[in-house]
Write a new protein. Structure first.
Lengths: 187, 147
């Protein structure tokens, strides 16, 4: 029932209060994820778009939900929608215009999609190369990209959950250092 | 059959995993990393405040636009006292402006009412008077209106 679902969700004022109550660490988590999703140049716009959706009621955060994860999900969805739109129309690319992310027709280039795929493959190779000195971490990164998680990853790399947590931290820190402004802007 | 993931899908999965790791990282550890990135707590807070301001500004603009569109959709506000007989309207205005205190000072205007003031201005004056609570609308009995 619509009324029940509205009752289960935070109002705009409640969401704003919840957002203002976020810790600096949570704000930093969202900042980094936004950079990872769309690159540092469009990251602020992506965060603002997600906030706008929540505050305007276009997307509603469940009362029992986690604001950080809700916003992360909103940003992911927005970034992925923009990417899918661009794929449907190969001549379209993500562009930051004012406070919203829009798709901009760049005039038509049938090779653009292929180039983007090649660029992504190059990034994937660069990421894997970061762990040339650590075969366990390298296989974990490959496993993650194949959608494996938890126990599956442990079995893949032959490690226990504690070792997995340690390796995940190492992977995250090394990638953050190598790609501080997003996948397409390595250091 | 599940389609083979594209490379950008693989990178998205990796981004998700990195975010999960960030969620699992203790706040103190993350704040220490912040310094290593050359950022301060103030920087993060300032960015967050700017994000909120931008989102709120956009909501304001959206509301304003919606209000403007609503006004544009509505027919032009009907004038409350549109006279059907301009000669009668001019006469009522002349009487109104010629009577009471300060009437003399308003005589120039009153004099013009009977001469070269366009009908639109007459209607505007009647509207303005209505805004001030002065009813100069059509009267049912005005012998001079007959012709």
């Amino acid at each position: 029932m619509a009324a029940d679902s509205a009752k289960d969700c935070l109002t705009a004022d409640e969401f704003r209060a919840a957002w203002l109550a976020l810790s600096v660490a949570d704000l930093e988590r969202l900042r980094r994820y936004s950079i990872r999703l769309v690159g540092s140049e469009a990251a602020a716009t992506l965060r603002q778009e997600a906030l706008y959706k929540a505050l305007s009621g276009e997307r509603q955060c469940k009362r029992d939900g986690h604001v950080v994860q809700f916003l992360a999900g909103a940003m992911r969805s927005l970034a992925w929608s923009a990417r899918n739109s661009a794929k449907r129309r190969p001549t379209v690319e993500l562009e930051v215009v004012g406070p919203s992310i829009v798709e901009q027709d760049s005039g038509g280039d049938p090779h653009q999609q292929l180039e983007q795929a090649q660029e992504c493959e190059l990034i994937r190779q660069k990421v894997l190369a970061l762990f040339d000195d650590d075969p366990v971490a390298q296989v974990l990164v490959e496993g993650i990209m194949e959608d494996m998680e938890g126990q599956e990853l442990c079995e893949l790399a032959g490690i226990d959950t504690e070792q997995l947590a340690t390796k995940r931290k190492l992977i995250r820190r090394r990638i953050d250092r190598a790609f501080p402004r997003g996948w397409h802007h390595d250091s | 059959m599940t389609a083979k993931p594209t490379t950008d899908e693989k990178l998205l999965r990796l981004a998700d995993a990195l975010f999960e790791e960030l969620l699992a990282t203790p706040d103190t550890e993350l704040l220490a990393e912040l310094e290593q990135c050359g950022l301060t707590v103030t920087d993060v807070e300032a960015q967050a405040a700017a994000d909120l301001d931008a989102a709120l500004a956009r909501i304001g603009k959206t509301k304003l636009l919606a209000a403007q569109e609503a006004v544009a959709r509505e027919p032009r506000r009907s004038r409350r006292s549109r006279p059907t007989n301009m000669a009668s309207a001019r006469k009522r205005l002349t009487q109104a402006f010629s009577s009471g205190d300060g009437a003399k000072a308003r005589m120039t205007l009153a004099a013009r009412l009977g001469q070269d003031m366009p009908d639109e201005d007459i209607e505007g004056l009647i509207d303005d008077a209505a805004d001030l609570g002065i009813d100069l609308g059509e009267t049912s009995e005005d012998p001079s209106d007959s012709g």
